[in-house]
Design a protein around this ligand. Structure first.
Ligand SMILES: Nc1ncnc2c1ncn2[C@@H]1O[C@H](COP(=O)(O)OP(=O)(O)OP(=O)(O)O)[C@@H](O)[C@H]1O
Length: 686
């Protein structure tokens, strides 16, 4: 065969090569039949040793069977070598494109010599359907006989084999050059093989391949995954020991590894995320912050896009540096936050906050100021402390804040700390695992912290919490995790705390009854709701609002007479809005019982607190306005008042020796009114 260069000159060098090939053919044939080679023919000792090993194994040189690894093994190999494949793919692809017309192609083998990737096209004239190498084919010597691939791996250096140097006849039409690729510690990572038709043979193939080898090894040495001491295997085994999903990124933010838990978290497509920058996949995320600052973040809430869904996690990320203090990677551990769809959604249904700011009645400057502050702070995620006497509307505010906050889609879970015995408060708040104490449910119970996850936990009357519980609450607020009573598992929680106290909490701190560190934690923002008696004009608004609501509820058109209104206005309302609401509700019920549509003083005074209040007054109000609806006075409720009025009059008459003028003056009523009442009550004049 005559080989020409492109000027048409005969290449004498090729002639030599051809002769050389003929000699090798003869040597191969002799070896296969006798186990020896003619002494005149030069076969490299490494090739000869390989032939010998193959022969010793009883390998048939004419056998064209191709050994492939099982599919699941191949898939595992592809997974484990993904980062390397991605690293070298662009280089090999470009090289293969450049040598496309030469009839050569590039194969990438893993360190066990299994074909993982092929770059380039079919080799004309050589690749019969059978010979066409397939991904997963083993090029180990025991399977494929002597090849450049297994010799390069064995000898740990570049190797070129031509035609008859291969053990098996199925490779005799090929020329192959292989280079082993090592990591910085000298561990074999992959083998690259360029193979093509035996004729024409390019001598520079091996040179090109060696250049590629050094370039790729340089790239690998810069890649953290091949750092000595922290190779893939080490990192993989370390992060595999972490039960939660764990992800490792290099110092540029590129995702290097993930453990099994992370792979199930990331779903089916996790494999394709390896090698990508975490920002490309998840956008803004705390890995970048850790890489930039080289400071760890702990229990940071992140929302990651996984497939088409978004999931919330708490992540702790630590930067890892080498001996010289150089940042080399960051490891992040993720814990699924029980928000929204899981416990949150169910609880959000169960624990709904009914009130919004528009439901808060009050035009007094004091109240307007409170609402303004609460609205402004609702959107901030800080803990809030609401202070105020009992019944001032603290829970109403807490619900309104929740509904206008970032946690509004989650549940609003109230718990009154004073209503639950100290011994039970812990399990009520933290929940318990099944059978952790006598009387506990077998299946355990979710506590208020978990129930409130993704939403707001309203700790009412926090002032009554024991010191021991205060410490546990503080720990929870700091770590954002809880452990159920009797359990060990740490559960991450993401909740907003709104606490309320009807006592001066700071005074309790000074008295040593409330932890100052907890006080500072819950008191990031505080809202003081003034008592009703200090809210000028609000009583009237609240009266109208409650009468309107109850009228609607009882389907009656109820009115309040002026004196009754004045009575309500002058009362000091120690029970605040709740007391006012109760009084009016009671009056509305009475009015229905008595079939009376106007609420008068007599109705209101059926309420002990107000009745006593009048006992301490100078009684002007009560006496100046006799009940307009006489029928009301005949009722049980009315009789209390009339009895009382009668007694007052008798008292005063006796005091002033039945002097009508003096008695009327003392009572603050007109003489005629006094006469009318004396008559009405049948009081005998002394
Ligand atoms: N400004 C207001 N407008 C309308 N209703 C109000 C207002 N303030 C309080 N209320 C009503 O008064 C009642 C008591 O309010 P709430 O329970 O919020 O008070 P609280 O301060 O949390 O009481 P406690 O300290 O006893 O828990 C509720 O029925 C609430 O709807």
């Amino acid at each position: 065969m005559t080989i020409y260069n492109w000027n048409g000159d005969v290449l004498t060098e090729w002639k030599l090569l051809q002769d050389n090939m003929s000699a090798k053919e003869q040597a191969w044939k002799t070896f296969m039949s006798t186990g020896r080679i003619p002494s005149s023919i030069d076969i490299s000792p490494e090739v000869l040793s390989s032939w010998q090993r193959c022969k010793d194994r009883g390998m048939d040189p004419y056998d064209e069977h191709v050994t492939t690894v099982p599919l699941h093994v191949l898939s595992e190999k592809l997974k484990n070598n993904n980062w390397l494949i991605e690293l070298v793919r662009p280089i090999l692809q470009e090289t293969a494109d450049n040598i496309r017309d030469s009839g050569y192609r590039i194969d990438l083998y893993d360190k066990e010599l299994c074909l993982l990737m092929r770059f380039g096209k079919k080799i004309a004239g050589q690749d019969s359907e059978r010979r066409e190498l397939i991904i997963g084919e083993s090029h180990a010597e025991a399977d494929a006989g002597t090849t450049s691939t297994n010799l390069a791996a064995l000898l740990e250096r570049p190797v070129q084999l031509m035609a008859y140097e291969h053990y098996k006849t199925m490779c005799h039409g090929l020329t192959c050059a292989s280079v082993p690729i090592f990591d910085a510690s000298g561990n074999l990572l992959i083998v690259l093989t360029v193979e093509g038709n035996c004729w024409p043979m390019h001598k520079h193939t091996l040179g090109m391949l060696v250049t590629l080898k050094y370039y790729i090894e340089y790239l690998i040495s810069k890649d953290i995954r091949s750092y000595s001491g922290i190779n893939e295997k080490t990192i993989s085994s370390v992060i595999e020991m972490i039960e939660e999903p764990a992800i490792v990124v290099d110092n540029t933010g590129k995702i290097l590894f993930s453990n099994t838990a992370a792979q199930s978290m990331l779903g089916e497509g996790w494999n394709s995320l390896i090698g990508f920058n975490c920002e490309t996949i998840w956008g803004k995320n705390p890995f970048r912050e850790v890489l930039n600052s080289q400071h760890a973040v702990s229990n940071r809430k992140v929302v990651l896009s996984i497939g088409s869904a978004q999931s919330a996690f708490f992540t702790t990320i630590k930067p890892i540096t080498n001996d010289n203090g150089k940042l080399i990677m960051a490891i992040g551990v993720f814990k699924k936050a029980l928000t929204g769809k899981s416990s949150g959604a169910a609880c959000a249904q169960k624990f709904k906050a009914a009130y919004i700011f528009d439901n808060i009645i009050g035009k007094s400057p004091e109240m307007q100021q409170c609402v303004k502050l609460a609205r402004e702070t609702a959107k901030l995620d800080n803990n809030i402390l609401i202070l105020g006497e009992s019944g001032t509307g603290k829970e109403l505010f807490a619900q309104s804040i929740h509904n206008e906050s970032n946690y509004s889609s989650g549940p609003f879970v109230p718990i009154n700390c004073s209503a639950i015995p100290h011994s039970l408060l812990e399990s009520e708040l933290f929940g318990y695992v099944g059978g952790s104490f006598t009387g506990s449910k077998r299946e355990g119970q979710v506590g208020k912290f978990e129930a409130a996850n993704g939403g707001t936990l309203f700790l009412d009357e926090i002032n009554s919490m024991s010191m021991e519980m205060q410490s546990k609450l503080l720990r929870t607020l700091q770590s954002k995790t809880i452990v159920r009573v009797g359990g060990t598992e740490e559960i991450s929680i993401d909740i907003r705390i709104i606490a309320a106290s009807n006592q001066d909490l700071w005074q309790l701190v000074k008295d040593g009854q409330f932890r100052d560190d907890l006080y500072y934690r819950i008191n990031v923002i505080s809202i003081y709701i003034p008592p009703l008696r200090e809210r000028t004009g609000d009583v009237d608004l609240l009266i109208d609002n409650f009468i309107y609501n109850f009228s609607k509820q009882f389907k009656r058109d109820i009115k309040l007479n002026e004196d009754a209104r004045r009575l309500l206005q002058s009362y000091s309302w120690p029970g605040n809005v709740r007391e006012l609401e109760n009084v009016l509700e009671r009056c509305l019920v009475l009015s229905r019982v008595n079939n009376n549509n106007v609420i008068s003083i007599s109705d209101i005074c059926t309420y002990n607190g107000i009745f006593e209040f009048y006992q301490k007054q100078d009684n002007q109000l009560i006496l100046s306005d006799p009940p307009q609806d006489e029928s009301a006075e005949t009722s049980d409720a009315g009789s209390v008042l009339t009895d009382y009025e009668k007694l007052l009059i008798i008292d005063a008459l006796e005091k002033y020796d039945y002097n009508i003028q003096a008695t009327a003056q003392h009572l603050g009523i007109a003489r005629n009114t006094l006469y009318r009442k004396i008559k009405k009550y049948g009081i005998k004049q002394g």
